[in-house]
Design a protein around this ligand. Structure first.
Ligand code: SF4
Ligand code: SF4
Length: 446
C-alpha cells in the first residue's frame, strides 16, 4: 500500500490556493495601487503595486515576452502541467462535474467514473446549470475586478443604467462560462484552446508527461488498435480493470499513448495507483519523461533547452526590473499655442504654451520648471503648480525674451530645453522636454 500516490488531492489543494489568490488579490492595495489592474476608464496599468500611465506602456512588450517565454519553458519542462494543475477551465470543470454534478446532485455515479451519467431527472440537470450560473456571475465579476477595481465595480453596478457596457461584459462572460463549462466541457481543451494545439511542438523526449508504462503493464494497443482488455503476456501487471479509462475527464485511454486530449490531470495515475497498491506495485501510469521511463533514470531537468529558457527569462526579467525602476513620477506634455509670438509694449517677445503636468506618483507634488536659455524668462506662471497624486493639471505658460538679436529676413525659431521638476523632490522627480521659442524678424518688432 506504500506505493499509492494521490495527485488529485494535491491538485485540489492547488486549485483552492489559486482560487483564493484570484479572489483576494483585487482587494489588496499598497499605496493605492493594485498587484495587477488594467484600467481602461482611468488609462492606468497597475503592476506589482506600482501605477503606470498608458503613456508608459513600454513595459508591456517585456511583460508579454516574459509571459510567452515562461509558457515555453514550463511546457518544455513539465508538458501540460498548466492544463492539469492551474488552468481555470480545468478548475471550473472539476467544480462543476466533480463537486456540483457528482458529489452534491449525484448525476454521475461516483467520482471515479466520468463516462456514464445516471438516469436522473431533468430538474437535477437544470439545477446543476443554475448553481453553476450563479457561480459564473461571481467568477465573471472576479475576472472584471482586474479591469475595474472592486470598489468601482460595485459602485458602477448600483448605478447600472450609466454603466451598461460593464453590465454587458458581465452578462456575456457569465453566459460564456455557462456554455463552456456545462455544454462545451473538455471539448474546449481539445478543439478551442490554441495552447493545446501548439504545446506538443515544445515537447522533447525529456519533457514530463503522463505515460503508461508498457514495459510493466504490457502492451494494450498496437498502432492505435486495441489488442485486448487485459494483456495476455506473462508478467504483465495491467489488470484490465480500466479504472484509468473510466476516470478520465477527456474520455481517452492513456494506454494508447500520449494524446492531444490529455490535460495531464493525473486522475488516471491515481486510479491505477489504488489498483496497483493491492499488489504493492506503483501506478502503471507515471508522470515522467519518455527518456526517464526507457532508461529507468531520473528526469533530466537541466538540459540545453531548459537552461537556455532560464537564461533568456533571467535577462528579460532583469531588463523589466531596470525599466520599471526608470518609471517617471511625473509626465509633461508641451504644446505651443496657435499664436506664433506676441510683442508687448516694452518690446518683450512672448511665446505661449500649454503644459500638461501629470503626477504619476502616489503623493501630492508641486512642480516648476527652468529653461536652458538664460535669455528666456518665465513670465507666467509665477508660482509652482500643485498636482494631486494620479491627477493632471493643464497650465498656460508664457516665456518671454528681450534679447533681440533678430534676423532681418525671417522669424527665427530656436530649440530650447525645458527642465520640469518637483520642487519638493528635485533630485528624484525631474523631466526634460524640448520645445521651440520663436523670435520675430526685425521689421515685425519695429
Ligand atoms: S487502472 Fe492500471 S491496471 Fe487498471 S486498466 Fe488502467 S493501467 Fe491497467
Ligand atoms: S489520460 Fe485522462 S485522466 Fe489521464 S491525465 Fe490525461 S486527461 Fe487526465
Amino acid at each position: 500500500m506504500g506505493c499509492e500516490k494521490n495527485y488529485t488531492s494535491r491538485r485540489h489543494f492547488g486549485f483552492a490556493i489559486i482560487t483564493a489568490i484570484a479572489f483576494v488579490l483585487p482587494f489588496i492595495k499598497i499605496n493605492d495601487s493594485h498587484f495587477f489592474l488594467l484600467s481602461f476608464d482611468k488609462s492606468k496599468l497597475h503592476l506589482l503595486f506600482t501605477q503606470f500611465d498608458m503613456q508608459e506602456l513600454y513595459l508591456m512588450p517585456f511583460l508579454f515576452i516574459i509571459l510567452f517565454l515562461f509558457i515555453f519553458f514550463l511546457t518544455t519542462l513539465g508538458g501540460r502541467v498548466w492544463c492539469g494543475w492551474s488552468c481555470p477551465q480545468t478548475i471550473f470543470r472539476s467544480v462543476y462535474r466533480d463537486l456540483i454534478q457528482t458529489k452534491i446532485l449525484k448525476i454521475y455515479k461516483n467520482i471515479k467514473d466520468k463516462q456514464k451519467q445516471q438516469d436522473v431527472s431533468v430538474f437535477k440537470r437544470a439545477l446543476s446549470v443554475i448553481i453553476w450560473a450563479c457561480l459564473s456571475v461571481l467568477i465573471a465579476s472576479n475576472f472584471l475586478w482586474y479591469f475595474v477595481p472592486p470598489q468601482d465595480f460595485f459602485a458602477y453596478l448600483s448605478d447600472w443604467t450609466n454603466h451598461k457596457v460593464l453590465v454587458g461584459f458581465l452578462a456575456c462572460i457569465t453566459l460564456w462560462l455557462v456554455f463552456d463549462v456545462c455544454f462545451l466541457k473538455e471539448n474546449f481543451c481539445v478543439y478551442v484552446c490554441p495552447y493545446a494545439r501548439i504545446q506538443s511542438t515544445m515537447f522533447d523526449n525529456d519533457t514530463i508527461q503522463v505515460l503508461y508504462n508498457e514495459e510493466r503493464g504490457g502492451k494494450i494497443y498496437d498502432k492505435g488498435t486495441k489488442l485486448w482488455k487485459k494483456p495476455q503476456i506473462e508478467g504483465a501487471q495491467c489488470t484490465g480493470c480500466e479504472a484509468c479509462v473510466k476516470i478520465c475527464p477527456t474520455h481517452i485511454d492513456i494506454r494508447k499513448g500520449m494524446q492531444l486530449e490529455c490535460i495531464n490531470c493525473l486522475e488516471c495515475s491515481d486510479a491505477c495507483s489504488k489498483v496497483m497498491a493491492k499488489f504493492n506495485f506503483p501506478s502503471l501510469i507515471e508522470w515522467t519523461s519518455e527518456n526517464a521511463q526507457k532508461t529507468h533514470q531520473k528526469v533530466k531537468y537541466f538540459r540545453f533547452r531548459t537552461i537556455a529558457y532560464v537564461a533568456i527569462l533571467s535577462v528579460a526579467s532583469v531588463v523589466l526590473v531596470l525599466m520599471s525602476g526608470k518609471k517617471e513620477h511625473m509626465l509633461l506634455n508641451i504644446n505651443r499655442t496657435s499664436e506664433l509670438y506676441n510683442i508687448t509694449k516694452d518690446k518683450n517677445v512672448e511665446n505661449s504654451y500649454t503644459f500638461l503636468f501629470q503626477n504619476t506618483d502616489s503623493k501630492k507634488h508641486t512642480y516648476y520648471f527652468d529653461t536652458n536659455d538664460t535669455n528666456i524668462k518665465i513670465v507666467r506662471p509665477s508660482e509652482p503648480i500643485e498636482v494631486k497624486p494620479n491627477h493632471k493639471q493643464r497650465v498656460i505658460v508664457i516665456l518671454g525674451s528681450k534679447n533681440l538679436n533678430l534676423n532681418d529676413q525671417k522669424d527665427m525659431p530656436i530649440t530650447i530645453k525645458i527642465n520640469a521638476y518637483a520642487v519638493d523632490e528635485k533630485e528624484k522627480i525631474s523631466v526634460d522636454r524640448e520645445t521651440v521659442f520663436v523670435y520675430p524678424k526685425k521689421q515685425n518688432l519695429n
